[in-house]
Design a protein around this ligand. Structure first.
Ligand SMILES: [Zn+2]
Length: 356
C-alpha cells in the first residue's frame, strides 16, 4: 500500500525557488519475530531521497526494542548494536515504537535502494508481531528552513495569565518563549514558522502531570497527522525516580510528519515559565533537536557520543566548550547557545522542516 502525499510546491525563498520535498509514506505490513525477538524489516528508499525513516510498533510500554543491525542498499552494515557508537547512524532503545532515521549524520546519507533493519524486540512473549511503515522525502533541501509549530496547552492556564489558546498570541511570557526558541535556532538555519495554539481536548486534569512513560506516550499519541512539530506544555513531567524533567522528545529521532504514535512530538514542563521563559525556550530547542535526530555530543557518563565530526567530544565540559552546545546533556541558560554546522545539516534533512 502506497500513500503518496504530494506536497510538491514551488516555495518562494528569497529570490530563488526551491522544491519542497515530496513525502511518501509506505505501509510495510506486519513482521513476526523469531523466538529470539529478531526479524528483518526491509524497506525501499526512492530515487532522490533526502531522508528515509522506518518505524515499527506499537508493541506496548512494557516492551523495548532496538535494531540489532541496519544495512544500506550496497549491503554495508551501517549500524551494529554490538558497537552502537561507531559509524554514521545511531539507533536508540525505545518502548512501544522504534524509529530509525537516515540521515543523522552527513557520513551516512539516504541513498536510494533497499535498506534493511533487523528489529530486536525484548518482549515477554516471543515470537511477537509488529507493524512497520517507512516515510521518505524526495527533492532538495535548503540552507534556510522553517518549522511550523503547534503548542498544546495541557492545564497550564494558571501558571501565567496567557497560557491558553485564546490568550497566547498576546501573552508576553508565551511570546518570550517563542522568540527565545527562534533565536536559539539561528545556528541551525532554522526559524519558527507558523505557530498554532490549542487547548488540550482530552482529560486535562490527568494529562497535565505526566507521571510515567505510558502517560507520556499516550499524550503524544493524540497528535494528528501533519507537518507541524507539536509541543505539549504540561505542569509536571516525571518519568522515573521522582525526578521532575524539563522536557522530553518522543524519541531521538521522533516519528515525524506522522501522528498517532507515542513518538510523534515533544512534551515540555512549563512549571517555571514565569521565572524563566529562557529555560523553556532552551528546553524546547534541545528536545526539538532530539526530535530532528540530534544526539548528545557526549553523554554525561561518557557512555557514548553523537555521529557528527564537528561537535566536541568532552570529558570535562568546563575545559573545552562542550557546554556551549544546545545538545549538551545538561544545557544551561546563557551558556548553551550554539549548534554546529553538521547539526544544522542534519536538521535541514529532517522530515519536519520546510524551506523558507
Ligand atoms: Zn537531551
Amino acid at each position: 500500500m502506497l500513500k503518496l502525499t504530494p506536497l510538491l510546491l514551488l516555495a518562494a525563498c528569497g529570490d530563488t525557488y526551491v522544491l519542497v520535498p515530496a513525502y511518501e509514506v509506505v505501509d510495510l505490513g506486519k513482521f513476526t519475530t523469531d523466538t529470539n525477538g529478531l526479524v528483518a524489516v526491509p524497506w525501499e528508499a526512492p530515487e532522490g531521497a533526502v531522508f528515509t525513516e522506518v518505524f515499527c510498533g506499537p508493541y506496548g510500554y512494557e516492551t523495548t526494542a532496538t535494531a540489532a543491525n541496519v544495512t544500506s542498499p550496497d549491503g554495508t552494515t551501517v549500524f551494529d548494536s554490538a558497537a552502537p557508537f561507531q559509524g554514521g547512524l545511531r539507533v536508540g532503545v525505545f518502548d512501544d515504537m522504534l524509529p530509525v532515521l537516515v540521515p543523522v549524520s552527513p557520513n551516512l546519507q539516504a541513498v536510494a535502494g533497499e535498506w534493511s533493519m533487523t528489529l530486536s524486540l525484548a518482549a515477554a512473549d516471543l515470537p511477537a508481531t509488529v507493524s512497520c511503515s517507512a516515510i521518505s522525502g524526495i527533492g532538495q533541501t535548503a540552507a534556510e528552513n522553517r518549522v511550523d509549530v503547534h503548542i498544546v496547552f495541557v492545564g497550564v492556564d494558571g501558571i501565567a495569565p496567557g497560557m491558553t489558546a485564546l490568550a497566547a498570541e498576546s501573552d508576553d511570557t508565551v511570546q518570550a518563549v517563542m522568540s527565545g526558541l527562534d533565536e536559539l535556532w539561528v545556528d541551525l538555519g532554522l526559524s519558527v514558522g507558523e505557530v498554532r495554539y490549542s487547548d488540550f481536548s482530552g482529560d486535562v486534569a490527568s494529562a497535565t502531570s505526566v507521571d510515567d512513560p505510558t502517560e507520556l506516550g499516550n499524550l503524544l499519541r493524540t497528535i494528528d497527522d501533519g507537518e507541524e512539530l507539536t509541543f505539549f506544555f504540561v505542569r509536571d513531567l516525571v518519568l522515573a525516580d521522582d525526578v521532575s524533567l524539563l522536557g522530553r522528545s518522543g524519541g531521538t529521532p521522533g516519528v515525524a510528519g506522522q501522528g498517532g504514535t507515542s513518538k510523534s512530538g515533544v512534551v515540555i514542563n512549563v512549571a517555571n515559565v514565569v521565572d524563566s521563559p529562557e529555560q523553556v525556550s532552551l528546553t524546547m530547542a534541545h528536545e526539538a533537536g532530539h526530535f530532528f535526530g540530534l544526539f548528545h555530543p557526549t553523554e554525561l557518563d561518557l557512555s557514548g557520543n553523537d555521529p557528527l565530526d564537528d561537535t566536541p567530544e568532552c570529558i570535562d565540559p568546563e575545559d573545552d566548550g562542550c557546554a556551549e552546545n544546545v545538545m549538551w546533556p545538561n544545557p544551561q541558560v546563557g551558556t548553551a547557545t550554539t549548534f554546529s554546522r553538521e547539526q544544522g545539516w542534519v536538521v535541514a534533512q529532517s522530515p519536519i522542516v520546510r524551506p523558507g
